[in-house]
Design a protein around this ligand. Structure first.
Ligand code: ZN
Length: 432
């Protein structure tokens, strides 16, 4: 049995003094009074990144200039470059890229990631083991010390009435049964999995229900991109005569295991349709791609749970995602203070745990002993007031103030730095 007794511990929506955490075999065994041992340190639960596409790390920095061939640069022209990258990645390169990415996540305080995995096949067809690339990202996360829920994606078509796009060949499943077979193989090998039809654009409507039945049968999360781009809404209306959220609701998909990723372009009545479900907002990506703004306050008011994701990996900083939820609303409505700091932190922790169905996100007996230790003596954070400390962390934590990250009670950083960082960076730069 081990104990950690910081100056401040985040519990029930606020920083509290005089609390310690005991843990054993990677699980929290007690939260109770105790004398401070780590003065100048604050503990928050490990951050949970509920939406990631690991391979997209390779196009970071490549997509920030306007292409002269695309006088109108937007989500769809960004996607062209993403497809280009997806076409050329070998399994080995994918693993190298994913190692660096997951290491960056751990160093930033992320202890569990939901990998929305849709790069399945080789350029010539499925690998000998159809889960080859899933194993690669799983291994990379393990190497970096990050937990993973593998959200295995079903992808089948370019869109309603569109010709197949040869650049999507590495993503495609011939049938829902094919995807379920892959999921079964991973699940039976002990991998935490989730079911993830890519979107109403990429999956035929009749696939959604059987995939949801499978998720229900095994109590798995069910994630889907939803209402990210106006074009997706127009196509869905043309095919089904209703919006993606309306269609998902009609199919009976919206429940506590459902996570709609983005949910930006919603009609007033659609907030109600998402009650009880999760929405995963990805504000650093949404602002990067010019997607639009998630109406976080309205979703929460409608009884929806919010999680956060790094999505396109343009930046790995889940608290930046949390504060952008709030800042986007401020800029849009020219008002301030919609969501308090604790609410935003809860999105980055318990909201993610709920979306991924993992026992984490909160300091509670029986949950994973995963946390981030923050240096309260960092010049950017110095204060004596616990409430100010919380707001200071949520609205401006410098990455240099992340002193330690523990996963299952095991420290992952040395002097604030991941011990495998040098190797991960060198391998990535060498193109290995
Ligand atoms: Zn995504």
């Amino acid at each position: 049995l081990s104990v950690v007794a910081p100056e401040l511990l985040y519990l029930d929506g606020r920083f509290q003094r005089g609390l310690c955490l005991s843990f054993e075999d990677g699980l929290i065994t007690g939260v109770g009074p105790g004398a401070v041992q780590q003065r100048g340190r604050a503990l928050i639960p490990g951050l949970i990144n509920a939406h990631s596409h690991a391979f997209q790390r390779v196009i970071r920095g490549r997509t920030e200039l306007r292409n002269p061939d695309h006088p109108h640069d937007d989500f769809w022209s960004w996607r062209e470059q993403m497809y280009q990258a997806a076409m050329t990645l070998s399994p080995e390169r994918l693993e190298t890229v994913a190692r660096l990415l997951f290491l960056e996540m751990v160093a930033s305080g992320i202890t569990c990631v939901g990998e929305f995995h849709y790069l399945h096949h080789g350029v010539d067809g499925p690998y000998a083991d159809p889960n080859e690339l899933a194993w690669r990202v799983l291994r990379a996360a393990e190497w970096a010390g990050c937990r993973m829920v593998l959200l295995r994606v079903a992808y089948h078509r370019s869109g309603f009435g569109l010709k197949p796009d040869p650049r999507q060949l590495r993503f495609l499943d011939p049938s829902p049964e094919y995807g379920i077979e892959s999921l079964e193989a991973l699940r039976k090998a002990g991998v935490r999995v989730g079911v993830a039809p890519h979107s109403v654009r990429a999956v035929p409507g009749e696939w959604l229900k059987p995939l949801h039945d499978y998720a229900r049968q095994h109590d798995l999360p069910y994630h889907m991109h939803i209402s990210e781009q106006p074009r997706e809404l127009a196509e869905c209306r043309a095919e089904y005569g209703r919006s993606p959220v309306e269609f998902a609701a009609d199919q009976g998909l919206i429940d506590e295991r459902f996570t709609g990723v983005h949910a930006i372009h919603l009609e007033p009545h659609e907030f109600e349709l998402l009650r009880g479900a999760n929405v995963c907002a990805c504000p650093t990506t949404e602002r990067n791609l010019g997607d639009g703004i998630v109406a976080a306050d309205r979703l929460l008011a409608a009884g929806c749970s919010l999680a956060l994701g790094s999505d396109s990996q343009c930046q790995i900083n889940l608290l930046e995602d949390a504060r952008q939820l709030e800042y986007h609303l401020r800029l849009q409505r020219r008002q301030r203070a919609f969501l308090p700091a604790a609410r935003l932190l809860d999105c980055a922790t318990q909201g993610g745990a709920r979306a991924l169905k993992v026992p984490a996100g909160r300091f509670e007996v029986g949950r994973w002993a995963d946390w981030v230790e923050i240096d309260l003596e960092h010049p950017a954070l110095a204060t004596d007031d616990p409430e100010e400390a919380l707001a200071g962390i949520v609205f401006g934590l410098p990455q240099g103030a992340v002193a330690q990250v523990c996963v299952g009670g095991q420290p992952r950083l040395l002097d604030g730095r991941h011990p495998l960082q040098r190797q991960a960076v060198a391998d990535f730069r060498r193109g290995n």
